[in-house]
Write a protein that binds this ligand. Structure first.
Ligand code: ANZ
Ligand code: ZN
Length: 809
C-alpha cells in the first residue's frame, strides 16, 4: 500500500476486532481491575462531535491502561428514558419506544466507526424493562426504609414540559432542559430523602473530583451552623433560624415569608387587604426574582413578637426576601449587621440597633449607607456586652443562650429532598399501589417490573399520561387483596443514571441490580463527562451509592474514585454548536472524509481536553498529513532528503524520553501534549531514517516502540503498522513499552560543528548549553580549533542539541 488510505483499513479492523472479541471484558483475566466509564448519551438521534470529544480521549486512556497490564472495563449504554426522547417523538408523531431504539441502533453504528475499545457485550438502555425493573426494586427498598415518601407542598413546575422538576433541575429560575421560567404549584409528590446524607455528602475524602465540582456540590448542600431562637407571637411561639445568635439583642423586627403558615393569623383586620395583595404579587415571582438585589418589598402584618430576652415588642412584617423553603421560613431581622435587613429597615423606617462593634472602632452610623457585617465585640446587649461577636465566635454565644433557655444550636442545610415523580410518560413507572384501606403499598418483588404500557396517549396535559390507561391503573392491593390503583407518575431519569455503573458489571443478572460477585469492580476508577452534571447526576449517584452501602449492596461509599470533566468543542466562531445556528460539525462527514484515526487525533489535539475550544476546519489537515507521513515512514522505504547525522544515543533518547513524557501526560490526562510529542517524535524518526541509524537495531526498536505508542491514540493505523512489521497478534494485546531510564535522560549531547560550511568535528556539550558554552567547547577541540586559527569569528548559528555553525574569516 503506497498511500495512507484510512477507508481501506478502518472498517476492516473494526470488524476483525469485533469478531475476535478483542474488547470483551473478562473479569477473570489477569491484571488489576480498572473500571473506566464515560457518561452515557441520550439516544436523541445522532452522535455529535461533542460525544466524540467526550469519548475518544478516555478511550485512549483506557487503551493505555490496558496495554500497561490493567484488566480494563470500558462499557457504554444509553440513557434512554426522559423528556428529550419523548418530546422528539411527540414532534414526529411516533412512539418514543420505536424511535428510541432506532436511534440506539444508529448511534451504536456511529460509535463503532470511532474505533473505541467499548465492550458492547455489556450494553443496555435504561428503558429496557430488565433495567428499569431494578429502578423499581430500589424504589420499593427506599420506601421500606423510609427513604421514599410522598408529601404535599410547593413544587417547581415547568409549564412547557408540563411536569414537576427537582430543585436541582431549576437553573437560574428556569427549567434546566428547556429554559422556560419555572412556576410554583402546590402538589403532592414523591421524594427521596437525600437530606439524610447531607453531612456525609460534604465529605469528599474518598472521591477525587475537580475542585469546581466539589465547590458546586458544597454550595448546593449549603451547610449553615447557627441557632434557633423562639419568639412569642399572638399566633403562638415562632422559631427563627439564625447564623448570628450573637446579634440577638440587635433584632428590631421579625419577617415571615409570604407563604408562612402564621401569616394569616398574625394579620390584623386593618392590614388584611395590603397583606393579601402582597402575597398574591409574591406568588407570581420566581425564587430568583425574589432573591435579587434591588428594592426590598414587604408589608406590616399589624402584629408584634416579644423578644425572648428584652421583652421588647418587635413588629412582624411579611417580605419575599425571606424564603419559606429555608430555615423556618421566618427571621429575626438585625438591620445593623445584615445587608438585606438593613436595606429593608431603611426603606420602611424601622429601628436599627448596633450590637457588634469592631475592637477599638467607632460606633455604627445608623444614618449611614451600610451595616457592619464583620467581627468585633458585643455592645448594647446588657449582660452580653464585651463578649466577642461575629461569625467566628457564635459557639460561645449559643452556649450562653442555651443555658438561659432561649436558643438551641442548630445546623441547617440548603439541600432539599429529591423530588423524583414526573407527570410524563417515557420513564419508569413508580411501583406503588394505592389502596384506600391500606395506603400506599410497594409492588412486591415478584411482580416487578411494572411495565410501561405501549399504547398510551402521552401528549403532555399536566396530568400523568398513565392515568388515561384505566386498565393499567387497576391493581390489587398487595396487602388486603382489595381493589386498588397504581401510582401513575414516572421517575425522574436521574434515578436511572444514579446506579447504572453497577449494572454494567453484570447486565443480565436477574436476582438483583447487579451480581454481588462483582462488588470488587467498584468504584469506577475514572469517570469522565461534562461539568453540567456537577450537582445533578454526580450528587445523586453519590447519594445512591451511600444508600446501597447502607443496604449492604456495596462496600463503597463513593461510586467514583476519580472524576474528570472534559471541555466543550465549540463552533468555529467560538459559539456553541447548534442546529439552529447551522454551525454543527458532523463527525460522520469527517470520518467519511478523513477516517476515524484522523478525527480522533484532531479531537485530542485541538485543545487541552478539560478546556475544549473552537473547531478549526483547516486544523484537521495537520493530523491527516501526520498519519500519511507515518505511513510513508513505515512502508515507503528509506526516507529521502539530505543525509542526517544522528547517533544511536540521539535516537534512543528521542524515543525513550518521548515515552516517558507520554506516560506522564496520560496520567494527568493531557491528551493534546501526547499528540504533540508523538508528532515531534515522527520528525526525529524521519531524520533517523536518513542517517546511519536506518535499519540498525536502534531503528527497529524505535519503530516498534513508536507503533505501540501510537496504538491508544490511533488504533487502526497502529494495528496496520504493527501487522506490516510482522507483529504477532493484535497491537492492542501488546504490553506497553518500558522506558529505558538510562536512554531517556541525557545530560550531554554530541553535536556536529561546521566551520564556514564544512563539518569539522563533534563536541560533547550539555543539552541546554548556551551558544557561548558551545563556542568555547568547539575552540577547545583541537580538531576544530585548527580551522579557526588566525581567523575572526564573524557569525555563529547554534541549534541547541543539533548543530553549531561558525562562520570565520
Ligand atoms: C439574624 C442575622 C443577623 C442573620 C446578621 C444574618 C446576619 P445562611 O448563611 O445562608 O444559612 N435567614 C434565615 N432563614 C431565612 C429564610 N428563610 N430566608 C431568607 N433569609 C433567611 O443564612 C442564614 C441567615 O439568613 C440567618 O441568620 C437569617 O438572618 C437569614 F447579622 O439571622 B440571620
Ligand atoms: Zn389494601
Amino acid at each position: 500500500p503506497e498511500r495512507y488510505n484510512p477507508h481501506a483499513i478502518e472498517g476492516q479492523w473494526q470488524e476483525r476486532w469485533q469478531q475476535s472479541g478483542l474488547y470483551t471484558f473478562d473479569p477473570q483475566a489477569p491484571g488489576q481491575k480498572h473500571y473506566a466509564l464515560t457518561m452515557f448519551p441520550y439516544p436523541s438521534g445522532n452522535l455529535h462531535i461533542g460525544h466524540w470529544y467526550a469519548t475518544v480521549a478516555p478511550d485512549a486512556h483506557a487503551r493505555w491502561m490496558r496495554m500497561r497490564g490493567y484488566n480494563v472495563l470500558f462499557p457504554m449504554g444509553f440513557d434512554s428514558f426522559g423528556l428529550p426522547a419523548e418530546n422528539a417523538a411527540i414532534k414526529r408523531g411516533v412512539n418514543p419506544r420505536g424511535w428510541t431504539y432506532e436511534n440506539i441502533a444508529h448511534m451504536r453504528g456511529q460509535f463503532g466507526r470511532m474505533g473505541s475499545m467499548i465492550d458492547w457485550t455489556r450494553t443496555f438502555a435504561t428503558s429496557d424493562p430488565e433495567y428499569y425493573r431494578w429502578n423499581q426494586w430500589f424504589f420499593t427498598q427506599f420506601f421500606k426504609r423510609g427513604l421514599a415518601y410522598k408529601k404535599g407542598g410547593l413544587v417547581n413546575w415547568c409549564p412547557k414540559d408540563q411536569t414537576v422538576l427537582a430543585n436541582e433541575q431549576v437553573v437560574g429560575g428556569a427549567c434546566e432542559r428547556c429554559g422556560t421560567p419555572v412556576e410554583r404549584r402546590n402538589l403532592s409528590q414523591w421524594y427521596l430523602r437525600i437530606t439524610d446524607y447531607a453531612d456525609e455528602l460534604l465529605d469528599f475524602s474518598d472521591t477525587d473530583m475537580p475542585e469546581r465540582v466539589r465547590l458546586m456540590q458544597t454550595n448546593w448542600i449549603g451547610k449553615s451552623v447557627g441557632a434557633e431562637v423562639t419568639f412569642s407571637t399572638p399566633a403562638g411561639p415562632e422559631t427563627v433560624f439564625t447564623t448570628r445568635p450573637d446579634t440577638l439583642m440587635g433584632a428590631t423586627f421579625m419577617v415571615l415569608a409570604p407563604e408562612h403558615a402564621k401569616v394569616k393569623e398574625l394579620t390584623t383586620d386593618a392590614q388584611r387587604e395590603a397583606v393579601e395583595a402582597y402575597i398574591a404579587a409574591a406568588g407570581r415571582k420566581t425564587d430568583v426574582e425574589r432573591q435579587q438585589e434591588g428594592e426590598k418589598t414587604g408589608v406590616f402584618t399589624g402584629s408584634f413578637a416579644t423578644h425572648p430576652i428584652s421583652g421588647d415588642q418587635l413588629p412582624i412584617w411579611v417580605a419575599d426576601y425571606v424564603l419559606v423553603t429555608y430555615g423556618t421560613g421566618s427571621i429575626m431581622a438585625v438591620p445593623a449587621h445584615d445587608e438585606r435587613d438593613f436595606a429593608f429597615a431603611k426603606k420602611f423606617e424601622l429601628p436599627i440597633q448596633e450590637v457588634i462593634r469592631p475592637e477599638g472602632g467607632e460606633a455604627l452610623d445608623v444614618a449611614g449607607s451600610e451595616p457592619y457585617v464583620g467581627e468585633g465585640l458585643i455592645v448594647n446587649s446588657g449582660e452580653f456586652d464585651g463578649l466577642p461577636g461575629g461569625k467566628e465566635s457564635i459557639a460561645n454565644i449559643v452556649e450562653q443562650l442555651e443555658a438561659r433557655g432561649v436558643a438551641r444550636a442548630k445546623t441547617t442545610f440548603r439541600l432539599r429532598d429529591w423530588l423524583v415523580g414526573r407527570q410524563r410518560y417515557w420513564g419508569t413507572p413508580i411501583p406503588i399501589i394505592h389502596c384506600e384501606q391500606c395506603g400506599p403499598q410497594p409492588v412486591p418483588d415478584d411482580q416487578l417490573p411494572v411495565r410501561l404500557p405501549d399504547d398510551v396517549e402521552f401528549t403532555p396535559t399536566g396530568q400523568s399520561p398513565l392515568k388515561l390507561d384505566t386498565e393499567w391503573v387497576k391493581a390489587t392491593c398487595p396487602n388486603c387483596s382489595g381493589p386498588a390503583e397504581r401510582d401513575t407518575d414516572t421517575m425522574d431519569t436521574f434515578v436511572d443514571s444514579s446506579w447504572y455503573m453497577y449494572r454494567y458489571l453484570s447486565p443480565d443478572y436477574g436476582a438483583g441490580p447487579y451480581d454481588p460477585a462483582q462488588r470488587g469492580m467498584m468504584p469506577v476508577d475514572l469517570y469522565t463527562g461534562g461539568i453540567e452534571h456537577a450537582i445533578l447526576h454526580l450528587l445523586y449517584s453519590r447519594f445512591w451509592t451511600k444508600v446501597m452501602r447502607d443496604m449492604g449492596l456495596t462496600d463503597q461509599s463513593e461510586p467514583f474514585k476519580r472524576v474528570r470533566n472534559q471541555g466543550m468543542v465549540l463552533a468555529e466562531d467560538g459559539e456553541k454548536m447548534s442546529k439552529s445556528r447551522g454551525n454543527v460539525v458532523d463527525p460522520d462527514d469527517l470520518v467519511a472524509e478523513y477516517g476515524a484515526d484522523t478525527v480522533r487525533t484532531y479531537l485530542m489535539f485541538i485543545a487541552p481536553w478539560e478546556l475544549g475550544g473552537p473547531w478549526d476546519p483547516k486544523g484537521i489537515n495537520g493530523p491527516a498529513k501526520w498519519l500519511s507521513r507515518i505511513w510513508t515512514l513505515y512502508f515507503g522505504g528509506q526516507p529521502d532528503g539530505p543525509r542526517e547525522n544522528m547517533t544511536e544515543a540521539d535516537l534512543r533518547y528521542a524515543v525513550h524520553s518521548t515515552l516517558k513524557k507520554i506516560d506522564s501526560d496520560f496520567g494527568r490526562m493531557s491528551f493534546n501534549t501526547i499528540v504533540a510529542a508523538l508528532m515531534e517524535l515522527t520528525n526525529v524518526l524521519v531524520r533517523a531514517g536518513r542517517s546511519d541509524r536506518y535499519g540498525t537495531p536502534a531503528w527497529e526498536e524505535a519503530l516498534n516502540m513508536f507503533t505501540l505508542m501510537l496504538a491508544p491514540v490511533v488504533p487502526h493505523i497502529a494495528e496496520e503498522l504493527w501487522q506490516g512489521r510482522g507483529g504477532a497478534g493484535s497491537v492492542h494485546l501488546q504490553p506497553w513499552p518500558q522506558v529505558d531510564e538510562s536512554a531517556a535522560v541525557r545530560d550531554s549531547v554530541n553535536i556536529g560543528v561546521q566551520v564556514t560550511g564544512k563539518m569539522r568535528g563533534q563536541i560533547e556539550i550539555g543539552k541546554e548549553a548556551s551558544q557561548d558554552e558551545a563556542l568555547v567547547a568547539a575552540q577547545a577541540n583541537p580538531e576544530i580549533a585548527k580551522h579557526l586559527e588566525g581567523k575572526d569569528v564573524v557569525k555563529v548559528i547554534y541549534v541547541p542539541g543539533r548543530i553549531l555553525n561558525i562562520v570565520a574569516k
